[in-house]
Design a protein around this ligand. Structure first.
Ligand code: C5P
Length: 232
């Protein structure tokens, strides 16, 4: 798969997401569907967006015992999504079971990527609440390696970590990076940010961009700008 811009469709209803996607009459963007939209509208929203010709990253971050995750992944695989994800903290057994569940009878499957430590977790909360005492960047890299060794295709990480992840896990291991902002845009609640051009420079494979596109006065122009900076 080549580099692409994934639009985070963080909308609360089918109506809102379709009125947004209706604006894209030429190139159909790769779309990220998260928990809010999925839990509001159910699997039908995935089928409908897929039927409109979009690729889909279903961002549900599974984390449970291996057998449960395996069965859930088989359901997501039947929805024909392109990328789905889980928490690396579920350990190797859970990640391997997830891959088994995702694999269709013909051997094909969606890409599977891992969340390492959430960017909302910092050193202090990781030590206090999770009793993990290694430096957080080491923890992130260790989770990335564990995901790779389990057979996963990549991880979600900050664009600032993408270069290091490729060094440690290889060029083929995908880095999917949120926290992207235009040089002249608002950072909002994102703290560790990069422009699409910088993310490209550092080697991100996919950038996930939400509000800089969804809240732009002209979302199609903002999307095209992202594609021009990141992919072309
Ligand atoms: O609007 P914005 O560009 O900040 O959206 C980024 C998207 O990426 C959101 O859907 C957010 O939940 C997701 N995300 C993130 N940081 C992570 C993991 C996911 O911003 N570490």
């Amino acid at each position: 798969m080549g580099k692409d811009v994934i639009v985070a469709c963080d909308f609360a209803s089918a109506e809102q997401v379709f009125s947004f996607l209706d604006k894209f009459t030429e190139k159909k963007p790769f779309v990220k569907i998260g928990m809010e939209l999925f839990y509001a509208e159910g699997p039908e929203i995935v089928r409908q967006i897929k039927a409109r010709g979009h690729k889909i990253f279903l961002d549900l971050k599974l984390h449970d015992i291996p057998n449960t995750v395996k069965k859930a992944m088989a359901v997501l695989s039947n929805l024909d999504v392109d990328i789905c994800n889980l928490h690396a903290a579920g350990t190797t057994a859970m990640m391997q079971a997830a891959l088994e569940g995702l694999t269709r009878p013909d051997g094909t499957r969606p890409l599977l990527i891992a969340v390492t430590q959430l960017t909302s977790t910092d050193q202090e909360s990781m030590e206090r609440d999770l009793l993990i005492h290694a430096p957080i960047d080491q923890v992130v890299m260790h989770y990335a390696e564990t995901a790779k060794n389990a057979g996963l295709d990549g991880i979600v990480c900050s664009p600032l970590e993408a270069g290091k992840v490729h060094e440690v896990c290889g060029k083929e291991f995908l880095t999917v990076t949120p926290g992207v902002r235009f040089a002249d845009g608002e950072a909002g609640d994102q703290k560790r940010i990069m422009t699409p051009a910088q993310a490209r420079e550092i080697g991100s494979d996919y950038i996930v961009v939400g509000r800089p596109i969804t809240a732009a006065p002209d979302p199609v122009a903002a999307y095209n700008r992202c594609v021009a900076e990141f992919c072309d």
